[in-house]
Write a protein that binds this ligand. Structure first.
Ligand code: 15L
Length: 262
């Protein structure tokens, strides 16, 4: 592939997904520049700074071809904290990318941007154009990220993929995750596809593995070139024996956002 970005800024590099991508993305040929509020273990060249540090962010952005933006608070929190980290922080990230001439951003969103959407009664797949319906202030901050990405695509021509990530973990950790799991290997495949696939604006894609009980339509992710290889079904018998199936009216089963709607 000739148009693959080589040098990629990875924000939130010390976090759960960041740690996994630091291990796996170099195998796809990327050179990573890591950025995090916390020191990144084993990477003395990582930038330890907050997104509010405009100088550090501008310097980190210099010479990179693309950004994978994972930094932020990954769950419900006081609004002031989400405002600073997820809303203002993502705006600062996009502004710095625009100023540096970066053309592609992979924006880590979340299924909680649509978390109050009820699942179809027949348990079928939810389409990719599900309108935003946040389940928390956290989900609302992820809606902002999607809309910001859309604005910067239309106004500034920055291509973005907003990933509505499901449940990232080495293995599914509950019954809901049989539908929402994203394995580390598939996460790296998805981010690689989002960095290289045809975008031409702003694309929203769900981020899950090839789960037999998948909750979301992966068509936009597949159009980017994503070919998931893992399936939570492998863990189903054991999880169901241990935890039992979810009742139809259990929020974990009924709403896309599961317990975040409680
Ligand atoms: C998320 O957005 C969270 O960051 C993660 O901790 C999980 O709760 C995940 O969603 C999920 O929905 O399983």
């Amino acid at each position: 592939m000739t148009n693959q970005p080589r040098s990629v800024l990875l924000t939130g590099a010390a976090g759960r997904i960041g740690t996994s991508l630091r291990e796996l993305l170099p195998g796809y040929g990327y050179r990573l520049r890591c950025f995090d509020r916390l020191p990144v273990p084993g990477d003395p060249e990582a930038v330890t700074a907050d997104l509010q540090d405009a100088g550090a962010l501008a310097a980190a952005m210099e010479g990179v071809d693309a950004v994978v933006h994972l930094a932020g608070i990954p769950g419900e929190a006081p609004f002031a904290d989400l405002l600073a980290a997820n809303i203002d922080g993502t705006h600062r990230l996009y502004e710095a990318a625009r100023a540096a001439g970066v053309r592609r951003i992979v924006n880590a969103g979340s299924n909680h941007a649509v978390g109050f959407t009820e699942r179809p009664a027949d348990g079928g797949i939810v389409p990719v154009d599900t309108p935003q319906r946040p389940d928390t202030l956290y989900g609302l901050s992820k809606c902002f990220g999607e809309n910001l990405a859309s604005l910067y695509a239309d106004r500034h021509g920055i291509e973005s993929v907003s990933l509505r990530i499901g449940s990232f973990a080495p293995a599914p950790r509950g019954i809901r995750a049989l539908g929402t799991w994203l394995s580390p290997g598939d996460c790296a495949r998805l981010v690689h596809a989002a960095l290289t696939g045809p975008v031409g604006g702003h694309v929203v894609a769900y981020g899950i593995s090839a789960n037999t009980r998948a909750w979301w339509d992966l068509s936009t992710a597949r159009a980017l070139g994503y070919e998931p290889q893992d399936d939570a079904e492998e863990y189903a018998a054991e999880l169901i024996a241990e935890l039992g199936e979810l009742a139809a009216d259990d929020p974990e089963h009924r709403y896309l956002g599961g317990r975040f709607t409680r």
